[in-house]
Design a protein. Structure first.
Length: 261
């Protein structure tokens, strides 16, 4: 009881700061501090899920290279295999959930783990699933721990669950509507990716792939057929000496990191 009282006493000012910062650029920082006091973690991502539509990341505290893989690559397709997304689609209750409670048996051998989770070098993830009140719409606060960290414990989840009503209300008040808080230089940096190696049309298509657009969406945006999009994509991949979308994101991440590609 004494430990719980001390935790609450120390957390209350952080919670008050979080509430006071709603609607300002200080809110994500205040929220992160409040969450970390209850359960330490390395990175925070906030994502809206709306039915079958592509998810929208509205906040992250990643650098540009991490963001390319963790958000854009994720939004382009891997999210469909994410245990949190599947749980939301299946009507899981709002609240705090540990990844390995939602993941199926054999998760570490799954396609999602192989193509995404292992690639972003996480040990564990804990999600605060917040229902917005609109049909099939959720806001997910994803807390992640890196490779050198221990997994989240039941005690971590219990502390966050006790604070969940306040965290959920504050987060919805701040982010509802899907406004992105952070403006990064990713778009500007990607403008020079593969310069001189691809035709203008191939560069346009590669850029749209990196922004998470599907073949159909690219065809609609460019006014060409889906088959022609696939031909341009195949030619671009050949020129870049790659064969998959995952390799494209890896190459672009290296470009953002300043490496020669």
């Amino acid at each position: 009881m004494t430990d719980d009282l001390a935790l609450l006493t120390n957390w209350s000012p952080l919670a008050a700061r979080c509430i006071a910062a709603i609607g300002t650029s200080d809110f994500p920082v205040a929220l992160t501090a409040a969450l970390r006091h209850l359960a330490p973690f390395d990175t925070l991502m906030t994502t809206f899920y709306r039915g079958t539509a592509q998810p929208e990341t509205v906040y992250h505290d990643l650098d540009e290279t991490q963001a390319l893989v963790n958000t854009r690559f994720y939004e382009s397709g891997p999210y469909l295999l994410d245990p949190f997304h599947i749980a939301m689609r299946n009507g899981v209750r709002p609240g705090v959930h540990l990844l390995f409670d939602l993941a199926p048996d054999g998760f570490v051998r799954s396609e999602y783990y192989r193509t995404f989770f292992r690639r972003i070098k996480m040990t564990d993830e804990l999600g605060l699933l917040i229902a917005t009140g609109r049909t099939e719409e959720w806001l997910l606060l994803s807390l992640a721990r890196g490779l050198q960290a221990e997994r989240f414990s039941r005690q971590d989840a219990a502390r966050l669950a006790a604070a969940f009503p306040l965290i959920a209300a504050a987060s919805l008040k701040h982010w509802d509507g899907g406004t992105v808080d952070t403006a990064s230089g990713i778009d500007e940096r990607l403008a020079s990716f593969a310069a001189g190696r691809l035709s203008p049309r191939e560069r346009d298509i590669v850029y749209m792939i990196l922004n998470g657009r599907s073949t159909r969406a690219i065809a609609q945006a460019t006014g060409i057929s889906e088959g022609t999009v696939k031909v341009h994509r195949r030619h671009a991949y050949a020129k870049l000496s790659i064969s998959s979308q995952a390799e494209l994101f890896s190459l672009a991440a290296r470009h953002l990191a300043g490496e020669a590609v």
